[in-house]
Design a protein around this ligand. Structure first.
Ligand SMILES: [Zn+2]
Length: 108
């Protein structure tokens, strides 16, 4: 399924986050250029959210979001295993297969 990026969305604003993945949508608070932390490397934010897309595909929609929320309530955001995976992998370059999937999903 094609991934759609939505900018200036009220949902991440309300949750006070830069972006949120609600498969198949990635919602951003504003344009990625406007997100200070990621201004130097907006691709990292895309990658971070794309790793959540992969997690949804791995587990299925309901299982992922249920498990994510359970995990968040137990450990908090930064120790959530899904966030740890996303933060660890966002700085690593994708392998060829991941790059191809990323480009296809974003229509790049
Ligand atoms: Zn995340």
């Amino acid at each position: 399924m094609k991934i759609r990026r939505v900018y200036n969305s009220w949902i991440p604003k309300l949750l006070k986050v830069n972006a949120i993945t609600l498969y198949p949508f990635i919602l951003f608070t504003r344009s990625v250029d406007g997100i200070k932390k990621y201004r130097k490397d907006p691709e990292q934010l895309f990658k971070h959210e794309y790793i959540h897309i992969e997690q949804v595909r791995r587990l299925g929609w309901f299982k992922f979001y249920f498990s994510y929320l359970v995990e968040n309530s137990k450990t908090g955001y930064r120790n959530n295993k899904y966030e740890i995976e996303a933060y660890n992998r966002q700085t690593e370059p994708f392998n060829e297969e991941e790059e191809a999937a990323f480009n296809k999903d974003f229509g790049l």
